[in-house]
Design a protein around this ligand. Structure first.
Ligand code: ADP
Ligand code: MG
Length: 694
């Protein structure tokens, strides 16, 4: 059988099973099945007994079931408990879902293998939603020490495609498949002592030893990361060679006058370095694709502004795209203020403008009257045409999807230079992978005179003290944020929480002595702007808000950020929120209010927040705690569909594969010595995407 053959022709499959494999697991060909890896193995040599259970590690037990009991726990809901006995002791198996199917399947006097994590409940061992297989399965596979366990769905099980059946099909496939051609160059195989691809693919399913399994894993992880890097880096080098960018040779009047007359403070060393890097790009003749990383408050906006002035100096327009209207208008007013008197035409384009205004702006963009445009997604609508767009800055990039960025290409005959600014730093491994084809600049220095924000963890009983402290701060002339998480599905209910919070705050801080603002997602853009403005101008002392204020909002006089239900926020969000304070010369505070007795990752997050203010450290911790699938922005990017490798655990392999690809392309940009890799690139679906975007 060949890799590309339809799976329906595999012995034991047939049309109806093929259909299930396709709909449930997206398996269509022999290769798809071969690449459907077990997520776990049963090690036949390590079987546990109930009597010797000690902790909650994953175990495999062998025994019989008895005494099934169903208890209703609600409308259409029930709990199924089953007694399991292995000759040394009893364990209760518990199901809350799929109970009907379990009830039908389990029979007394049959030996089962039960797999899962046991726990102690009311003094007895129990196991919730165990995996369970008839023991004969393991017997059949006696020639393999490790039996593969595959993820399967209820529907598959009902159609005779449980893990046992999948293993059998895979075994048949491996026995009949033509050898899988080698994908990596010999030199790399030798250097990292990698086993052949064919061997790895066989052993990932049926390893006869831990060592063989480890070798198979290493090889397949390397493959996966290597080819991902090849996609990114090839696209990158292609662009460097072939895509022409505008050349911005001039540092002209706009830039120079701003620098001499307007700049509100000396640039930090890091800001200077980054501006130099960007300038180099923009006069190189290649199109810039640069990621600008810097912690919250590191001064990315000023860098963006100065780069935009460079574009203007070279006769082009520039635009800045922000994720929310609040941010866009904030940037707009910052720019107006900083550019005052320089005779530069700056405009703001957002969705909530009047139609006539939009029309005027679009008109003036097209004829080149407007030099600098700030806006939201409204910027990338189809009917927005620039006269000559030279630079696009995307602020807080993660909220913009890939396609949205791609749209920018259509805005100009020669693609504009792109500068992407991230809201929070990105862990190194992620930067190497997800942004593998962007050049990266890092602002690793905060403006002088900043005190790190002091972060405190408090619970409800401390509230009077917390409010007392807030009062002292306000009386000393400072301002306060109090932020509530989005808890409910419905915005109305969240609003209720917010309003309750507001009431509590206003009880403690009575008007007219204390003034309070409230901002949330249900206000119109105008209402939000109005409230933000009052707060900014110091007319209100306390800003009660949902996370709409999360990114970018800049009020230097605000010194305390209180985060309610802080355990409900992710790390990067907490860090973003904390970044709203500590922007002036005064000592600032972030107070994390949580319920008592935090456990698990919530506790880890709060601890991390209290122990560091370094955005890079926080990003690393976030990645470790949540895994890349949950990282902000990555779900929508869809760029990290890793099959077997892990960005968290396999950093050395990420590094090695990146370096190898880099060296290959440096020595042989078209890979003429490597027909297999060339062939891969020709086929790669990612190529188009990455060639065009970012
Ligand atoms: P972020 O990188 O989070 O976008 P901002 O660009 O909003 O940071 O800058 C944060 C604050 O620091 C702003 O109030 C800005 O005016 C100020 N700032 C920026 N650069 C400097 C500098 N070189 N010296 C002093 N303050 C600066
Ligand atoms: Mg910013």
């Amino acid at each position: 059988m060949n890799l590309s053959d339809d799976i329906v022709y595999l012995k034991g499959v047939g049309p109806s099973k093929a259909k299930i494999l396709a709909s449930e697991l997206d398996i269509h060909t022999a290769a798809d099945l071969l690449y459907y890896f077990p997520f776990r193995y049963i090690d036949r040599s390590v079987m546990s007994t109930v009597k010797t259970l000690t902790d909650d590690n994953y175990v495999v037990l062998r025994g019989k079931v008895n005494n099934m009991q169903t208890t209703a726990t609600g409308k259409h809901r029930e709990r199924l408990t089953v007694d399991f006995y292995d000759g040394t002791g009893h364990l209760q198996l518990v199901w809350f879902a799929g109970t009907k199917w379990v009830r039908e399947k389990l029979k007394p006097n049959v030996e089962y293998l039960v797999m899962g994590k046991p726990s102690v409940f009311n003094g007895d061992w129990q196991m919730t939603h165990p995996e369970i297989e008839a023991y004969s399965y393991v017997d059949e596979g006696a020639r393999h020490r490790f039996m593969p366990v595959y993820n399967t769905t209820e529907k598959m099980k009902q159609h005779g495609l449980g893990t046992k059946a999948l293993a059998r099909l895979t075994e048949t496939l491996i026995a009949n498949i033509t050898p899988v051609p080698e994908s990596l160059p010999d030199s790399i195989l030798a250097k990292y002592r990698l086993v052949s691809l064919h061997k790895a693919l066989c052993n990932i399913h049926f390893p006869d030893s831990q060592e063989l399994l480890d070798q198979a894993r290493l090889r397949l992880k390397f493959d996966e990361l290597f080819f991902m890097q090849l996609d990114y880096q090839y696209a990158h080098s292609e662009r460097q060679q072939h895509s022409h960018g505008r050349v911005f040779p001039t540092v002209g009047n706009h830039f120079n006058r701003f620098y001499k007359e307007k700049i509100p403070f000396p640039l930090t060393g890091a800001q200077k370095r980054v501006i130099r890097e960007i300038r180099e790009d923009m006069r190189s003749g290649r199109q810039m694709n640069r990621l600008l990383q810097g912690d919250v408050g590191s001064g990315k906006t000023l860098v963006a502004l100065m780069c935009m002035l460079l574009a203007l100096d070279n006769g082009c327009q520039a635009c800045l795209m922000a994720p929310t209207e609040i941010l866009a208008s904030q940037h707009y007013y910052t720019f107006l203020r900083m550019l005052d008197g320089l005779g530069i035409s700056v405009e703001l384009l957002t969705g909530s403008l009047r139609t006539s205004e939009k029309k005027r702006i679009k008109q003036q963009l097209a004829d080149g009257t407007i030099q600098l445009l700030i806006g939201t997604h409204a910027l990338i609508e189809d009917d927005v045409h620039f006269h000559d767009l030279g630079l696009v800055v995307i602020d807080e990039q993660h909220r913009f999807g890939v396609e949205q960025r791609a749209k920018l290409w259509t805005k100009s005959a020669i693609p504009p230079h792109i500068l992407v600014m991230t809201a929070t730093p990105i862990p190194r491994t992620l930067a190497m992978t997800v942004y593998g084809d962007l050049d990266c600049s890092i602002i690793d220095e905060l403006p002088p005179g900043r005190h790190p924000v002091r972060t405190l963890h408090r619970t409800e009983p401390n509230r009077p003290l917390v409010f007392h402290f807030l009062k002292q701060q306000i009386d000393a002339g400072r301002q306060i944020y109090i932020v509530y998480p989005l808890i409910h599905e419905s915005e109305k209910m969240d609003l209720k929480d917010l309003e309750d919070g507001l009431e509590m705050v206003q009880n403690y801080f009575p008007r007219p002595q204390y003034q309070t603002s409230m901002v949330h997602g249900q206000l119109t853009a105008d209402e939000k702007a109005f409230e933000m403005d009052r707060f900014k101008q110091g007319k209100t002392h306390i800003m009660v808000a949902t996370t709409v204020i999360e990114v970018g909002v800049d009020v230097p006089n605000a010194t305390v950020m209180v985060i309610e239900n802080a355990e409900r926020f992710g790390l990067s969000q907490l860090h973003q929120l904390r970044g709203r304070v500590g922007r002036g010369a005064e000592q600032s505070y972030c107070i994390l209010m949580t319920k008592d007795n935090l456990v698990g990752s919530a506790r880890d997050r709060i601890r991390t927040m209290c122990s560091t203010t370094d955005g890079f450290q926080i990003a690393e911790a976030d990645l470790r705690l949540r895994g890349p699938g949950d990282m902000q922005g990555l779900q929508q990017s869809g760029m990290l569909d890793l099959h077997i490798a892990s960005i968290v655990d396999d950093e050395p392999i990420v590094r090695a594969s990146r370096d190898e690809v880099h060296d290959l392309l440096a020595n042989d940009p078209e890979l003429t010595q490597y027909p297999v890799l060339q062939h891969y690139l020709a086929q790669s679906k990612n190529k188009m995407l990455w060639g065009k975007i970012s």
